[in-house]
Design a protein. Structure first.
Length: 76
């Protein structure tokens, strides 16, 4: 993964960590989504963790590695 991509992921994690109450973590795939989302856009799950500590922990994890999710554009 390029340094710029890693920097983008770290910037996104910092944004999430600065206001974790606006987000939640999908219990199925680990994606971080906006609190208003009812169904995970990545895996269609509907169970989420709202705990601040878990959101921050997941943001740090996702910022430290390459994305593993399949993006919608991968199907095109």
């Amino acid at each position: 993964m390029s340094d710029s991509a890693l920097d983008e992921r770290k910037a996104a994690a910092d944004k999430i960590k600065s206001s974790p109450k606006r987000y939640k973590v999908c219990e199925c795939c680990g994606s971080i989504v906006a609190r208003k989302v009812d169904i995970c856009p990545n895996c269609n799950a509907y169970r989420f963790t709202h705990e601040t500590e878990e959101i921050i922990k997941q943001a740090d994890l996702l910022a430290s590695r390459e994305p593993l999710s399949i993006d919608f554009s991968d199907y095109e």
